[in-house]
Every structure is written in C-alpha cells, then in structure tokens.
Ligand binder design. Structure first.
Ligand SMILES: [Zn+2]
Length: 360
C-alpha cells in the first residue's frame, strides 16, 4: 500500500524489503488480495471513512499556530478508525509506554530542529499540529512493518519481535517521515524516477541531520545509518556513508541494493512493482553526495551542508517537481555560494560530493 504511484503514502520500509517479509511470513493470499485492492485505490487510507481522530486533527490544526502542538493516538493494532487519543500537548501525565514516549519526544526534536535552525514553523511552516498514531495495522491479523506519513499525519507499526523492533525506535525515521510532509509543502518532488529518489533522499538527509543535531554528533562521528534500531543486529535500512552495505547476505532481506554512484544507477520501470522507477534504490546516490560533502567539511553537518540542502528544498523557483540529480547538483552548488561565498570550502565540498558520485 505504500508505493501508490499518484498519491503515495511515504513509507520508511521500501517495498523490496516488505515484500520479502510478507513472502517469509506466508501472508495468506486473501490478505495479499487485500493488498492489491488497497494498491488499486487512489490511496488506501483516503478510501476509508474519515475517523474521529481526523476531526480532532482539524481542530488541533486551527488552535496551533505559533507553538509546538502534538497529539498521539493508539490504534491498538488496528486501522486508524479504532484509534483513541492517549496524549496531547500540555498533558502532564505521559503514558508509561515506549511507543508513545518515542513519538512525543521524536516529533518534539524534529519540530525544534526546524524551528531553531531554519525558523520553520512546523511541517507546513504555518504551525500545523503534529498528529501521530502508534500501533497501527492495515488489517488486525497482519503485522505492520512500516511507518508512514499520509499527507496529514504519521502512522507507526510495531513490526514483529522476531524480525523488527517497533517502528517508533529511530529518531531518524520519525524525522524522515515528517520531512516528507515538509517536502509536500515545498518543492513537492514528483514521486517517480530521479525526482522521486530526491524526495526519498531529502527525507533521509534531514532524518540523519535531526539525529545528529539532537545527539550533538559531528559529521565525522556519525554512523550515517537510517533505521539502525528497527532492524535486528547491526543491520539498518540504508547507509549514507556506504550505500549498498546496510545489510549483507541477510536471511530475510538478502543484500542492500542501493547504488552509491551513477555507474550503478538502477533502471526500473515507473510502476509500483518497479518502486516508481527505483526511488528507494537510487536515493543512495544523492544520499552519498550529501555524506561526502558533509564529511569533507567536518564539524556539524547541520551548520555546513544542511543549510544548503534546506535552502534548495524550500526554493520553489529553483527546485521543481521534476528536478533531477544534475539539476539539484547545480542548485546546491549555487546555494553554497550564496550562503557561504563563491569559492568557499562549502561550495567546493558540495561540488566534490556530486563529482564523486558521478552526477556531474
Ligand atoms: Zn521515505
């Protein structure tokens, strides 16, 4: 359900991984049919009746204009229509529950990151309330291995203890998903081919930046891993330092298929089965370009290359929905010169990132 072509739900776990989990668990054909049913809808969740928490959401969106405002719902391992409010901003008692605590704290860190560094007022820059639902499942009997942004709010599954930890376990994943919301309100990269890979890459870049900023980790000390707490052992979903090495010979997932260089660019059809033209594969290339630039600069990435990427993401004249890698490279080099000066170390580092990945 996560990679619908026209109105994607932005899921953290790519289809090339969730399909393997479903195969392994032998998800009954009936439920796979349900999956197809959902996939053929314009959007699985948009097709459901609007639930109570969405009404609350609209009210919350009205009341929150200048401050951080969060609400958390518990879907109790069902679809969101079952969810009930368990915490809202200002409520002193926080439920003794790891998922609830993770998403309250995580969304708070994401909000503060954007506010303090970029004076951004929440996802839409107009004070949008941050609504999150934990313990979500599409179907009550089927474990849900994902977290996603649906255009209005966040949903998190708990996964399955043998294979994953809860999808609230990584701050970079919470930041990745909320950044998809910001992208929707800014450059709105079309979710296909190179622009779709840039959509995914910007979400990873700000995912790792929020983690580094929160933990005060310098670029050269970061693990540059996305989703390192969700998967068991040393595995992560993606590696920005070395795309293609986040997992190797894994009994469930096999080998990480992400390329790090244009020479390995993955050509896939622009279909659901083709990951909309490989958006979760080829994001490895711009991810790696960002990593190279940030490590070349040293210091804190949120003070060097991060502002360049934020300036690009929020310049709707320079970056458009069909912007490709080469065009983004040109925009970020120009932004580096504007922010840090022509011939600056930042400008050189950004150019080096794009050159070393074969984009320019
Ligand atoms: Zn994503």
């Amino acid at each position: 359900m996560c990679n619908h072509h026209r109105n994607p739900l932005h899921c953290i776990m790519p289809p090339y991984m969730t399909d393997k989990l479903n195969d392994l668990l032998g998800v009954p054909e009936k439920e796979q049919d349900n999956d197809n049913f959902f996939r053929n809808k314009r959007s699985a969740l948009a097709a459901m009746p609007r639930p109570k928490n969405q009404e609350v959401f609209r009210i919350a969106a009205k009341v929150s204009k200048t401050r951080l405002y969060r609400e958390v719902y518990d879907a109790h391992q069902g679809p969101r229509t079952i969810g009930g409010l368990v915490w809202k901003e200002g409520q002193q008692s926080v439920p003794d529950d790891a998922d609830v605590k993770n998403v309250i704290e995580g969304a708070g860190n994401v909000w503060s990151f954007y506010k303090r560094l970029f004076k951004r007022n929440s996802i839409d820059n107009k004070g949008m309330a941050i609504i999150q639902t934990v313990r979500f499942r599409e179907m009550p009997l089927k474990p849900f291995f994902n977290a996603f942004w649906d255009g209005e709010q966040m949903f998190y599954g708990t996964g399955m203890p043998q294979y994953t930890n809860s999808f609230t376990s990584d701050l970079d994943i919470i930041a990745h998903e909320l950044t998809h919301g910001i992208i929707d309100h800014e450059c709105a990269f079309a979710y296909e081919n190179q622009s779709g890979a840039l959509n995914e890459s910007f979400a990873d870049v700000f995912g790792i930046l929020v983690k580094q900023w929160t933990n005060k980790t310098a670029a050269r000390d970061s693990d540059w891993l996305i989703g390192s707490n969700i998967l068991k052992g040393k595995n992560a979903l993606r590696s920005m330092a070395a795309p293609g090495t986040a997992y190797k010979s894994d009994p469930v997932y096999g080998n990480d298929p992400q390329p790090a260089h244009m020479k390995q660019f993955v050509q896939l059809p622009n279909t659901e089965a083709g990951d909309n033209g490989g958006v979760h594969y080829n994001s490895g290339i711009p991810n790696h370009a960002f990593y190279i630039a940030a490590v070349e600069m040293g210091g804190n990435a949120w003070e060097t290359i991060g502002p360049v990427w934020y300036a690009a993401m929020t310049d709707q004249k320079a970056v458009k929905k069909n912007t490709d890698f080469a065009k983004l490279a040109a925009v970020t080099i120009k932004k580096s010169a504007t922010l840090f000066g022509k011939g600056s170390l930042v400008e050189k580092a950004v150019a080096r990132g794009w050159k070393d990945t074969g984009v320019i």
